[in-house]
Design a protein around this ligand. Structure first.
Ligand code: BGC
Length: 728
């Protein structure tokens, strides 16, 4: 690190135009697919290219080495470029989609994954990743739920901190680490109707209690950058939302790092209807607190004029440039602009055996077993399997964000994974159209006949169904959460054969699985499992690993139920029955609860819980800033089945009467315990004042006296409870 004096000198030497370029991020790719800068710009360089502060999506060790070398020569002050890209759940070795990382309930694994991803990206010249995504998600129609760890603020917070630590390690100057950018600040996941880019309306109470904690946690873990959402929050686009980017982000959350706009989001302030033209968009977004403009060029085109006219102060420009120079300095780029970029290391690290092994472990930990009747799983030795369905031989096992840098050709298919574990698969049928999402479609008699023939000669059917990667992620919203109709038709036909059916679902979101579960004997939700998908899934099917994944989004019964989430507020007219009741909360036509709740997931064994024990039921808190536990809650968990298995023991609290209405349950702790058949263990949760506090508008984080319920069990619907009274 060269230090503040060096950076100050640089700042003094830079012209205003150069500063505006430093605040601009160029897209590495030209619209015709050629790379900007290297093939065009660095030979025919422009002022903007020579002085731009960063590039998006321009990576690969050789390209970066060359581009950085040319840039350092062309840039008047020899300021190195930052190379940024989306390393979301792996770089070349692709791990399960983020929703699948969430269902591992294993932040330590997420940290390890992020550190592997950082290493693979760093040797390809990447300096910054746009991850983690901290968006809370409650509506599976929104395609970007695949990028979130789910609907719970507590769990999401553990994961955003883990991702950040994994990427940044002990310091971003250290080898094989990169800087992390948390996104999309804030509330983007609450897009109306689940439509991407749509407006969000979130009051302060929910913003602070539900949507901000995961951002705050990444910031506390040292996250260097932050990206505002595309959405308008309460009528004000986040990109020019001063309250959000100053009062909340800088003052309340104490964020000191760089704020980078989302891709072309500053241009989008015009169609958002808050700016008349690009000049106004530059002014409003810069004033609100954006430091770097991604891809659009309004800063470069307008900031000089805006300073000259007195609309923007030079001090504010300098503060933004200084933040960027500081990041470059912290990474050691002034001393070594190439950092870890190294073609030889790429060969050594990308998709290496250790990285693949971790990815395989992550797949086995992330898949959620939704149903397993008559112990149809695990498969038994010698059983003849018909592997059928569009995803049985497919390498389309990576979601869209994984494909930014990862490649399908590197994926292990489910058939390959099973073959590797000597599972005998009769030839199956796999040519079904994954992209078919219309209710009406031409059925394919030949394919159906082939599938039925395969089924006839087998002991069990393994049916791999799901979504195409393009059906989720950004701009991947759906109005109907059903499987494509032709796949359901295939399942229906196979169910008539009477053969046991094990359905594997590959998907970027919770789907409507009622009919699928009814027609299948077992259902394994495998998300987009990534490069080692086939191996990790086979590990579970064969029993080499025992399923332990738990849902982090509630599974609805119909699309009409979304948004659906376990930690909702009570109403004045709760319905505690499972039937419709007049003038009570719910629907006339359907049970309002989820098909599968948050926290749910089966294993190959069974667990028994003792009643919840509390160290006291009368708690007095004299110092609400103390980290000492106020009480302890514990249970004894016993493996009552015949297999070894991992149970995820979950602690939920309910604040029965607060100043504000409090959620019916809130996850506040969990432990994963591995038990042999017959074995038991005591799981104890310390309950601190912090776990009981919540944000009250105007008062901040507050501890309130009163009755609290403590639930401990295997999902959010557990009835195993006790209670205590808090006096303060
Ligand atoms: C997405 C961001 C992403 C950026 C850069 C945008 O469209 O919303 O999440 O980081 O592109 O690729």
């Amino acid at each position: 690190m060269l230090g503040q004096t060096y950076r100050k000198q640089l700042l003094e030497q830079m012209t205003l135009r150069e500063k505006a370029a430093e605040l601009s991020q160029l897209w590495g790719e030209n619209p015709d697919g050629t790379l900007m800068g290297l093939r065009h710009g660095f030979q025919k360089s422009t002022h903007l290219m020579d002085h731009a502060g960063s590039f998006l999506g321009f990576n690969g060790a050789e390209l970066v080495l060359e581009a950085q070398r040319l840039h350092m020569e062309a840039n008047t002050h020899h300021i190195p470029l930052l190379f940024m890209t989306d390393v979301i759940h792996g770089y070349k070795t692709i791990f399960p989609s983020v929703l699948g990382i969430g269902t591992t309930w294993d932040p330590a694994l997420a940290e390890e994954m992020a550190s592997v991803a950082a290493a693979e990206a760093a040797v390809s010249g990447v300096h910054v990743t746009f991850s983690p995504m901290a968006d809370l998600v409650r509506d599976a129609r929104w395609g970007r739920v695949t990028e979130s760890t789910g609907e719970d603020p507590y769990l999401n917070s553990l994961f955003t901190a883990a991702f950040t630590r994994g990427y940044q390690g002990d310091g971003i100057d250290k080898p094989l680490h990169i800087a992390s950018c948390v996104k999309h600040f804030a509330g983007y996941g609450a897009a109306e109707g689940g439509r991407d880019y749509d407006s969000t309306q979130i009051g302060d109470y929910s913003l602070y209690n539900d949507y901000l904690p995961a951002f705050s946690s990444a910031i506390d873990a040292g996250c260097e950058l932050l990206m505002p959402g595309f959405n308008a929050l309460n009528g004000m686009p986040c990109t020019c939302n001063r309250t959000l980017l100053q009062d909340i982000l800088r003052d309340d959350l104490q964020f000191k790092g760089i704020v980078i706009s989302d891709c072309t989001a500053i241009w989008e302030l015009v169609p958002h209807g808050v700016c008349a033209d690009n000049a106004e968009a530059a002014k409003r977004s810069f004033e609100a607190g954006i430091d770097i403009e991604m891809v659009s060029s309004t800063f470069y085109e307008n900031l000089e004029k805006l300073v000259e006219s007195g609309d923007i102060s030079i001090e504010q420009i300098d503060a933004a440039v200084e933040r960027i120079l500081l990041l470059k300095d912290k990474m050691g780029l002034f001393e070594n602009p190439y950092k870890d970029a190294d073609p030889e290391k790429e060969k050594e690290l990308h998709l290496c055996a250790a990285h693949r092994a971790l990815a395989r472990k992550a797949v086995a930990e992330s898949a959620v077993l939704l149903k397993n009747d008559h112990q149809v799983l695990p498969l038994q030795e010698g059983e003849k399997i018909a592997l059928i369905g569009p995803l049985s031989d497919s390498r389309e096992l990576i979601d869209v964000w994984g494909l930014v840098n990862g490649e399908e050709k590197d994926c292990v298919t489910i058939r390959e994974g099973l073959a590797d574990q000597d599972i005998l698969c009769v030839p199956g049928c796999h040519q079904w159209n994954l992209r078919e999402i219309d209710a009406v479609h031409p059925s394919d008699d030949a394919l159906m006949a082939e599938a039925l023939q395969a089924a006839a000669s087998c002991d069990k059917i393994v049916l791999a169904l799901g979504e195409h990667p393009a059906m989720s992620s950004e701009a991947g919203s759906r109005s109907d959460l059903s499987l494509p109709a032709n796949q359901l038709e295939l399942l229906r036909a196979l169910s008539c054969t009477g053969k046991p059916i094990i359905t594997i679902l590959i998907s970027g979101r919770p789907l409507l699985v009622k009919e699928i579960a009814d027609l299948s004997d077992a259902v394994l939700m495998a998300w987009f499992p990534g490069t080692e998908g086939g191996n990790g899934i086979a590990d579970l099917l064969t029993g080499r690993c025992s399923p332990s994944g738990r849902l982090t989004m509630s599974f609805p019964r119909t699309t009409g139920q979304v948004p659906i989430y376990y930690n909702h507020l009570p109403t004045g007219r709760p319905n505690d029955t499972d039937k419709y009741e007049s003038f009570k909360n719910g629907y006339i036509d359907i049970y309002p609860g989820p098909l599968y709740p948050f926290g749910y997931g089966l294993t190959y064994t069974e667990f028994d819980y003792s009643p919840v024990r509390l160290s006291t039921d009368q708690v007095i808190c004299q110092d609400d800033t103390s980290a000492e536990p106020l009480l302890e809650a514990s249970v004894t968990v016993t493996n009552t089945g015949t297999h070894e298995g991992t149970e995820t023991v979950q602690l939920y609290l309910q604040d029965v009467a607060g100043t504000y209405s409090r959620p019916v349950r809130m996850l506040k702790g969990f432990r994963k315990v591995m038990l042999a058949p017959g074995e038991n263990t005591v799981v104890t949760f310390p309950i601190t004042a912090d776990l009981l506090k919540y944000y009250i508008p105007g008062r901040g984080l507050t501890l309130e006296a009163g009755l609290f319920r403590v639930f401990i069990g295997s999902d959010a619907e557990t009835s195993n409870k006790n209670e205590f009274t808090l006096t303060i």
